[in-house]
Design a protein around this ligand. Structure first.
Ligand code: BMA
Length: 335
């Protein structure tokens, strides 16, 4: 009997060099770290504060099943987290009825013109999830704008500067035609219009068929807005959440310059494969190191914990150059 030939497997796996490297200390935050009783912590927005502290605005789910947001701060973005002793932003259904079933999945954008952070989050209303906005200077007090995109809509982030004089919001409405990424514009962050389709979910057997959504806020590079998006594959044993890459024009962000065909990151580690919801990697935030290239990507793992992966912007762009295709920039040609 001959030994099984592993050459093919090795050659195959070397075709997929990892673009995102998991931190060996993963998961970096779990419910055991929390100063009060919770069910789980996951899907955190991220930003660097002026003194270099990493701030994560974490989605915390209590044992009713409802979520709120709680800030965790760390000098190195990996450990030594100082977690607010009480929820930082609670749903406020009396004044904001759309928050009756909780607030989830924040994305943070620092807006230089306002000298404030814009936090977009999912408000879980009786009519389904919608997009809400709050501004803050310090993650201690917040100015709520309420719901800015009605249900069914989520996975949203604000671009850090105006585009042709208008604020731009990426979001993911759900329609009978599928769940695609859209971009909308506003003169004042309150009134939104000029809605445009930005990136379509593919169809059929594709890893990103039927349902996609923005992951962290777009990353501004000299070549365009680099966007991680998640694709949801429906399988007989549940959904698989994976990440893909696309690049959009800096001054016309609804114009896709390139889209990768394959996913670049998916659930592999045990803490990603097994949890309250199996097989989910769900980043909502990143920070950039001082080198201007290294990204620290914070992602929810299996709706149970927060994990960290690092990637180089240069490598992600090089991967898109090698694997992206312009023909598929808006829609799959094989529909
Ligand atoms: C999505 C969002 C995420 C969640 C994921 C997997 O629709 O609700 O918050 O992590 O499902 O449950």
């Amino acid at each position: 009997m001959t030994a099984p030939d592993t050459t093919i497997l090795n050659v195959e796996s070397s075709h997929y060099p990892p673009l995102l490297l998991r931190h060996p200390g993963n998961p970096i935050l779990t419910r055991k770290d929390w100063p009060y009783s919770i069910n789980s912590v996951f899907n955190a927005g991220a930003t660097l504060l002026p003194d270099g502290t990493t701030l994560l605005l974490c989605r915390v789910e209590d044992r009713r099943g409802l979520s709120h947001l709680c800030a965790a701060r760390s000098r190195n973005g990996v450990d030594g987290w100082q977690i607010d002793s009480q929820p930082t932003l609670m749903p406020d259904p009396k004044q904001y009825p759309e928050e009756i079933w909780g607030i989830e999945d924040p994305r943070i954008t620092f807006v230089p013109e306002l000298q404030q952070y814009a936090v977009t989050y999912t408000s879980y209303s009786r009519g389904g999830p919608g997009v809400s906005l709050a501004l803050t200077k310090d993650f201690r007090t917040f100015e709520r704008y309420g719901v800015i995109m009605p249900p069914d809509d989520k996975d949203s982030a604000l671009l850090p500067r105006k585009i042709n004089g208008y604020w731009a919001l990426i979001h993911r409405p759900m329609t009978p035609l599928g769940s695609h990424m859209w971009i909308s514009y506003s003169p004042d962050l309150r009134y939104w219009g000029r809605h445009r389709l930005m990136l379509e979910a593919r169809r059929g057997a594709w890893w990103d068929a039927n349902k996609i959504g923005l992951s962290p806020p777009p990353i501004e590079t000299s070549r365009g807005w680099l966007v991680f998006y998640h694709g949801v594959r429906h399988t007989p044993s549940g959904c698989l959440y994976r990440l893909g890459l696309a690049l959009f024009d800096l001054e016309n962000p609804e114009k896709c310059l390139s889209r990768g065909d394959s996913w670049v990151f998916g659930p592999e580690a045990d803490y990603e494969r097994h949890g309250d919801v199996d097989d989910v990697v769900f980043p909502c935030g990143y920070t950039m190191d001082a080198d201007g290239d290294t990204l620290n990507i914070y992602y929810g793992a299996a709706d149970c914990s927060i994990a960290l992966a690092r990637a180089s912007v240069g490598s992600l762009l090089a991967w898109l150059d090698a694997n992206g295709s312009c023909e598929r920039r808006q829609r799959a040609d094989d529909l």
